[in-house]
Design a protein around this ligand. Structure first.
Ligand code: FAD
Length: 468
């Protein structure tokens, strides 16, 4: 479908919304319609519609992606949850049991992963396996060929370079630990109230290119905010260039995704024997119902779709990196590693075939100097957000917050490295473009979270329809 069709669909959608009155005057609407009627049709700033994403994600991508994320390579993520908050001291850990993160014992993580931070060429793997003392590959191993050593140094330098959108954890720190993501799922933790609001507030107030004078609507930390400020906020948002608007929408999409998850895996019942987790429709409605949130909920769900499209686009662009014959999803189990690589490539080819990809060429396309400044601003704002994650006072939320910001940061790095990816040699070390294992794991898991949110929206839609 070309952009003309997208525009036509958007126009028809807009006409339909206008003629149906989409809300207040229509009576009586079901709760399902209220949550979802505005989350349909054409998405702002893109030529894609929500229904196409739903079909593509829920039936073609989601099941395969889940399978991939259950594999050893993707389920173990190394993270430092003990890094001090760089912005304030008074972090009260919420102390709730559901906020706890259980790190892996060292014998639980496959040896191949523990020693494989920089492994992914056949040559590097073989040589490193022979080297008994090579416990920490952050340092350059003498037994590597000169060419590979050079590449490793380049990669390390590159990881700290100005192309990174995230401040990555130092995974060699003694405080960094492997976490099994399958055993520590993102779900309701009970982290809420002023501590949680403070984090969201700082993220929006200080990082979303927002002039100091305009307060966000419905900000629970501010009192007495009325409709007029809300309108000022949205006209301000509309007046922004596409990149700054996109930045706000990415953050809002991430926020919406986290809140969809906690509503979908809510603590429904607790006895001394077991806990029951499941969909909490009331929680979902309070956050996303068009009327209860005065129109905010559907806007936030649209931002979630926008985030989906951005990460989807990045995955389609990075295919050549993973297609290189010497790239491996190395865990030490050769047969499984090969099968997983095949599954990964299948998923990436499927993603590439998506017909309505976001056109990132409209980003930073203006005057060269201006575009450079904007890209740099974008990167610095995003790095700041990744540092704020160290201030989240619930370890489980911090874990998933860090993973998802690193994943989104990696997606942005890919989108802005298009030329470097295109110039990569087909085999041998790549000096210009490189992804660490941490970046790969976070990229796919972060996308897995958004993909699950889109699938959960379908589940909520069905649940809401079934109760009315
Ligand atoms: P909040 O979600 O705290 O939102 C604060 C205000 O921001 C709202 O009043 C509204 O004005 C605005 N807002 C809400 N959503 C959006 C949006 N999508 N876009 C723009 N503005 C919005 N809780 C868990 O149970 N499990 C988790 O895994 C978890 N992870 C978290 C990770 C991070 C990084 C943070 C900061 C919080 C996390 N939380 C988690 C807490 C959760 O996100 C909420 O903060 C909490 O449930 C309280 O919700 P609330 O309704 O008070 O509004």
């Amino acid at each position: 479908m070309d952009s003309g069709w997208g525009f036509l669909i958007g126009l028809l959608g807009a006409v339909w919304l206008l003629s149906s009155g989409h809300g207040e005057q229509q009576s009586p609407e079901t709760a399902a319609q209220r949550c979802f009627c505005q989350v349909s049709g054409y998405l702002d700033d893109c030529t894609c519609d929500v229904e196409t994403i739903d079909r593509f994600n829920n039936y073609r991508l989601f099941p395969r992606l889940q399978k991939l994320l259950e594999s050893d390579y993707f389920r173990y993520y190394k993270v430092n949850l003990k890094r001090p908050c760089p912005f304030w001291n008074d972090i009260s850990q919420c102390g709730r049991r559901d906020c706890a993160v259980k790190p892996c014992q060292s014998d639980e993580v496959p040896d191949g992963i523990k020693s494989a931070s920089y492994k992914y060429s056949e040559e590097a793997n073989n040589l490193i396996e022979e080297c008994e003392q090579a416990e920490r590959l952050g340092a350059v191993d003498e037994s590597l060929s000169e060419e590979t050593q050079k590449a490793v140094l380049q990669w390390t330098k590159h990881d700290d370079s100005s192309d990174n959108f995230c401040e990555a954890d130092d995974i060699q720190s003694p405080d960094a630990e492997y976490v099994d993501l399958l055993l520590n799922p993102e779900r309701y933790t009970g982290y809420k109230g002023p501590d949680a609001w403070k984090i969201w507030n700082v993220i929006y107030e200080e990082n979303c290119f927002k002039p100091q004078t305009i307060k966000r609507p419905l900000n629970p930390l501010a009192s007495g905010q009325g409709k007029s400020e809300e309108n000022t906020f949205y006209s301000w948002l509309e007046g922004l260039c596409v990149e700054k608007r996109a930045f706000y929408r990415l953050i809002s999409g991430l926020h919406a995704s986290i809140n969809v998850h906690l509503s979908a895996r809510y603590l429904l019942q607790e006895t001394w024997l077991e806990k029951k987790w499941g969909h909490n429709i009331t929680e979902f409605q309070q956050r996303f119902d068009g009327i209860l949130t005065e129109g905010e909920g559907p806007r936030r769900l649209k931002n979630l779709y926008f985030l989906y499209l951005i990460e989807l686009r990045a995955l389609s662009k990075v295919l050549p990196f993973f297609e290189r014959p010497d790239f491996q999803l190395f865990t030490g189990n050769k047969i499984q590693d090969e099968e997983n690589k095949m599954l990964l490539l299948e998923i990436l080819h499927e993603i590439k075939s998506f017909p309505l990809h976001f056109d990132e060429n409209s980003f930073f396309a203006g005057d060269k100097k201006e575009a450079h400044k904007l890209k740099e601003d974008f990167r610095l704002h995003f790095r700041n957000i990744s540092r704020i994650m160290d201030c989240v006072g619930c370890f489980k939320c911090r874990l998933w917050g860090k993973l998802q910001t690193q994943g989104l940061g990696t997606a942005l790095k890919i989108l802005f490295s298009e030329k470097l990816i295109a110039n990569m040699p087909e085999s041998g070390p790549s000096y210009e473009f490189h992804l660490t294992r941490q970046e790969i794991v976070s990229l796919f898991n972060a996308f897995g979270r958004i993909s699950t949110s889109v699938k959960e929206l379908e589940n909520f839609r069905n649940l809401l329809q079934s109760i009315h």
